[in-house]
Write a protein that binds this ligand. Structure first.
Ligand code: T5A
Ligand code: NA
Length: 211
């Protein structure tokens, strides 16, 4: 039997990277592929702009409202915490949970602001389910800027994105798979697929950890 169709706990997978690195493209390709194999899969996005907290985040990102920097950081974290019961339930029933951004985005984007350190930024997310694997789409800010619509939302400025990239570098650990985001999207997808198979084999009998 293919490892991706075997029963057991689900796998928690996160995609991270600077804006326009191709996260949503790869999440969608992976979700479509897994569905085509008959696999039970859930696709989550953070921020989840559909909840009441998410609606406040959305208007902040679009520049319609202003929020104090600590306050918006806590809202991004709260927006993940409100999804935890669902994430745990999905993982327990064997679902592969694919997340477009997660806590590392929260840390990287706030710590890139003046007056914030990584340690403070990590605190509100402590205790969240830890992803089994983080796919980091690595792109230079110059290349990201060449892609569509860079510059429309609040954080989409080259200088700020460079600081975000520097913080992501500090956050990387051994469970991160760093992918060259400038390759053809199908090549990136194939690498993600094969890593996922390996990870599922490794994590099947281990409990989900916490951040
Ligand atoms: N944020 C988020 C915080 O500050 N704190 C937090 O806690 C969280 C969770 C919104 C903002 O919120 C911040 C970070 C963000 O600034 P979002 O909703 O994820 O986050 O942002 P979006 O604007 O939706 O998405 P991104 O800008 O991050 O883009 P993606 O998803 O990385 O890129 P994608 O897939 O949309 O692709 C961008 C373009 O590149 C092309 C695509 O077709 C598209 O045109 N492309 C490729 N081109 C060539 N080769 C490839 N391999 C390509 N892959 C994609
Ligand atoms: Na996206």
């Amino acid at each position: 039997m293919n490892a991706l169709t075997r029963r057991g706990r689900g796998l928690l997978v996160a995609f991270e990277g600077c804006d326009r690195s191709g996260k949503s493209t790869q999440c969608q390709m992976l979700v479509d592929y897994l569905k085509s194999t008959g696999r039970d899969v859930a696709h989550l996005c953070f921020p989840d702009r559909t909840t009441s907290i998410g609606k406040s985040i959305n208007s902040y990102l679009q520049g319609t409202t202003e929020l104090e920097d600590h306050a918006i950081h806590l809202l991004f974290s709260a927006n993940r915490w409100e999804a935890v019961p669902k994430i745990k339930e999905l993982i327990e029933k064997g679902t592969l949970v694919i997340m477009d951004r997660y806590a590392f985005s929260g840390v990287a984007f706030t710590a890139a602001k003046k007056g914030f350190d990584v340690k403070w930024c990590k605190n509100p997310d402590r205790g969240l389910p830890s992803p089994d694997v983080v796919f980091y789409l690595d792109i230079s800010i110059k290349d990201a800027e060449m892609r569509g619509q860079f510059g429309e939302e609040r954080y989409e400025k080259a200088e700020f994105q460079q600081r975000v990239a520097d913080i992501y570098k500090q956050l990387r650990s051994d469970d991160w798979k760093v992918l060259d985001a400038m390759r053809d999207k199908n090549d990136i997808h194939m690498e993600i697929r094969s890593t996922l198979l390996e990870m599922e084999e490794l994590c099947r009998d281990a409990p989900l950890k916490n951040l």
